[in-house]
Design a protein. Structure first.
Length: 270
């Protein structure tokens, strides 16, 4: 199913300047395509079972950046929960607040919570799943660089901004992860959605190690527009509909999906 890729050969390469320069127009194009496909996406997606879904924004973003995604999830029939912590600055204090918020959410609902995280939000989401596996149903990451080992795999401007706002280097942030290794997948079903035309982070840092409960799904698109991309929303609807205990990997050969979803790559099993 997967084509194996040696990540260590690519981890120091930042995304191309062309992809970085075209991020904004591509996000606008993805938003436009979503407006045209919204009704058909909802009509063709499986209905939700009402379980809670926590949606985490990316670096420098807040809940407004995930508004359309949460509205889509709500209209499918799920309980979409915002993170309610303002701007995601990446600061340790912000992540500590998220862990406390998740504890409150887990106590408030009598069932596991699905987590969707965009970029840095996905890194945080994986951390929650590894700390509280009994309270997490699944994790979906959107262009989340959880395999990053240093700043060189990120757009230089974004890397400097992250260090300035969070007060952390990538290495220091890794040290805060459970067991000190954020590359280890959570013990719950985990779907990593990535794009080889990502203009912010190296796509190789966004793919998951291969296992029976992990998967990688490639889309063609921008980094910042992941939560607005119709193909991403199609995947999210499909993944959220997976029942506990019977989770199966995304079938890109179903219907005409193979025309839109390239063959994914993955990290070999350890």
């Amino acid at each position: 199913m997967y084509e194996e890729v040696e990540v260590t050969q690519h981890r120091s390469k930042p995304p191309s300047l062309w992809f970085a320069a075209t991020e904004v127009p591509r996000v606008l194009a993805e938003l436009s395509s979503l407006s045209c496909s919204w009704i058909s996406l909802l009509a063709s997606a499986p209905r939700g079972d009402g379980h809670p879904v926590l949606v985490l924004p990316g670096f420098t973003a807040n809940d407004s950046s995930t508004l359309l995604l949460r509205r889509f999830i709500t209209q499918l029939g799920y309980l979409a929960l915002p993170w309610k912590l303002g701007q995601n600055t990446g600061e340790p204090a912000k992540q500590d607040k998220l862990r406390r918020r998740f504890t409150e959410i887990a106590q408030a609902y009598d069932e596991p919570v699905s987590i969707i995280g965009q970029s840095l939000g996905g890194v945080f989401g994986r951390d929650l799943a590894r700390r509280f596996p009994q309270s997490v149903r699944s994790v979906i990451t959107l262009a989340s660089p959880f395999r990053a080992t240093d700043r060189s795999s990120t757009n230089p401007l974004v890397a400097r901004l992250f260090e300035a706002m969070s007060g952390l280097t990538v290495e220091e942030m890794r040290d805060r992860a459970v067991d000190g290794d954020p590359q280890l997948p959570p013990a719950v079903p985990t779907s990593a959605i990535y794009s080889k035309s990502d203009g912010i982070v190296a796509w190789q840092t966004c793919i998951e190690a291969e296992s029976d409960h992990t998967e990688n799904i490639e889309v063609i698109g921008s980094h910042s527009g992941m939560a607005l991309h119709p193909l991403v929303l199609h995947v999210i609807a499909d993944r959220l509909s997976q029942r506990p205990g019977s989770w199966a990997k995304f079938d890109r050969h179903c219907g005409i999906r193979h025309l839109f979803y390239p063959k994914p790559e993955s990290v070999p099993r350890r």
